[in-house]
Design a protein around this ligand. Structure first.
Ligand code: 5AD
Ligand code: SF4
Length: 450
């Protein structure tokens, strides 16, 4: 508990994925109720916590360059406290302090729940230069039941499981987030309800591999969890991410269409179109297994939007292997995708794989791949023109104040105008007719609800 009554101001800088965004929220939920306040800038902060990402080298470089700037700030204000949290903290622990001496303490992915006592001890001069990177084995120790929701956006995140057991050859996640642990369904439902009271209408259930929710603990299946979430009053939409293709089963495919609140979008990262590379990546499915699941999804839900992740330049990827990724993209016709140049992570097995692909070739492949996808995106977006979509309104468009913005069930951003600009449409599901397809969004106008 805090010993000093004067409010201390905390700035939390977040890097990386949605899981980190959620962890930042947890940090706020544990610290704000006991007296800490949000700082609006680095200059006004007494404490700066950095929630870091270790997925690729570039993500790490960003964090170290931010730490470089903070070191200068700390020269003028030695009382400023700097804590590094998240995946880099978990991965390199003590080395972080050796590399960046301005860092006061290091808090790994499982220890964020101890932040109140870590900070309290810090102010009593006890915790300087300490590292907290032990993994907790039990969900009770890392659950969030005791930290009430502070606020929520219209579209919010709720973590349903942490960690990953898949050990893809390129990936740091199983090492920095530990083995899979699922939260109890009742805690998840409770958190969703709390967020609904604060204005949330769409939830994205988060996990590294949501399909294996509850398996280790012998709890209800992911599809049963979805069915329970589907019944929550006032909740309008459900999304989830990420789904591992090897575990996408018929029950989940059938949930599209059975559960009316489940959005018609799935993020199904394939990583590569080449069987040889998929095997070396330890993905445990083949190109044809993946394509079969895509066909089944499209059959079950013809309007489904599909997105994916690709890695280019994995060790041993030849021009022919890369061509197979391109042909897969053409065949699936993704709505959107994320593509990354392979980046060696010392802790992951692929760091030792050879032959490495030249950086220049990786860059060329990335550009080529994004170019092939941009044709798909244009085609998919153009196919929306003239149709009506149900859009969950998130608020006014930041760019154009006379427009509203929201998403379709298929996760496409829609900016639209309404005849009566005074009526507040935020949080409503409205009917929008699409007039125009832009590169990354759609434009339309509000239609009277039938
Ligand atoms: N290099 C490049 N991309 C990676 N990803 C994960 N690890 C690496 C790496 N070492 C990508 C994968 C994953 C996404 C979150 O990040 O595509 O799905
Ligand atoms: Fe990383 Fe593979 Fe786990 Fe995804 S499934 S987090 S890529 S190890």
């Amino acid at each position: 508990m805090r010993t000093n009554n004067q409010a201390r101001h905390i700035l939390i800088k977040t890097y990386g994925c949605q899981m980190n965004v959620y962890d930042t929220e947890i940090m706020q939920r544990t610290l704000f109720p006991i007296g800490y306040k949000a700082a609006t800038s680095e200059k006004k902060a007494d404490i700066i916590l950095i929630n870091t990402c270790a997925i690729r080298e570039k993500a790490e470089q960003k964090v170290f360059s931010y730490l470089g700037r903070l070191a200068l700030l700390k020269q003028n204000r030695p009382e400023l406290i700097i804590g590094v949290c998240g995946c880099i903290a978990q991965n390199i622990g003590k080395k972080l302090i050796q590399r960046s001496p301005c860092v006061d303490f290091v808090v790994g992915t499982h220890a964020i729940f101890q932040l109140p006592s870590i900070l309290d001890d810090m102010y009593r001069g006890k915790n300087t230069k300490k590292v907290f990177t032990n993994f907790n084995e039990f969900i009770n120790e890392i659950d969030l039941v005791n930290s009430p929701v502070i606020d929520s956006k219209i579209s919010g995140f709720v973590t349903i499981m942490r960690g990953c057991n898949n050990y893809c050859a390129y990936c740091v996640v199983p090492y920095v987030r530990g083995p899979e642990i699922s939260r109890k369904a009742e805690d998840i439902i409770n958190e969703i309800k709390q967020k609904i009271d604060k204005g949330m209408r769409e939830v994205t259930l988060l996990g590294q591999n949501v399909n294996s929710y509850g398996k280790k603990e012998g709890m209800i299946s992911f599809v049963d969890l979805l069915a329970q979430v589907n019944q929550i009053e006032k909740l309008k939409r459900i999304r989830f991410t990420t789904s591992h293709p090897k575990d996408l089963n018929t029950d989940l495919i059938n949930a599209f269409g059975n559960l009316e609140k489940l959005c018609t979008h799935i993020h199904l990262p394939v990583q590569s179109g080449s069987d040889k590379i998929l095997k070396r990546m330890n993905r445990k499915y083949s190109r044809s297994d993946y394509l079969k699941k895509i066909r089944d999804l499209k059959k079950r839900c013809p309007t489904i939007s599909i997105s994916s992740d690709f890695i280019v330049g994995f060790p041993g990827e030849t021009d022919e292997d890369f061509e197979e990724s391109l042909s897969l993209i053409k065949e699936v016709e993704y709505d959107s995708l994320f593509a990354f140049q392979y980046s060696d992570r010392e802790i992951a097995p692929a760091a030792k794989y050879s032959p490495k692909v030249d950086e220049k070739i990786k860059r060329q492949r990335l550009i080529q791949l994004l170019d092939v996808q941009s044709k798909n995106t244009v085609k998919r977006n153009l196919s929306c023109v003239g149709n009506h979509y149900s859009v969950l309104v998130e608020g006014k468009s930041k760019k154009e104040s006379d427009q509203w913005t929201g998403r379709t069930s298929g996760n496409k951003i829609v900016n639209f105008v309404a005849p009566d600009n005074k009526k507040n449409l935020t949080a409503l599901l409205v009917d929008v007719k699409i007039e125009k397809a832009c590169a990354h969004s759609l434009r339309g106008y509000l239609c009277p609800t039938k």
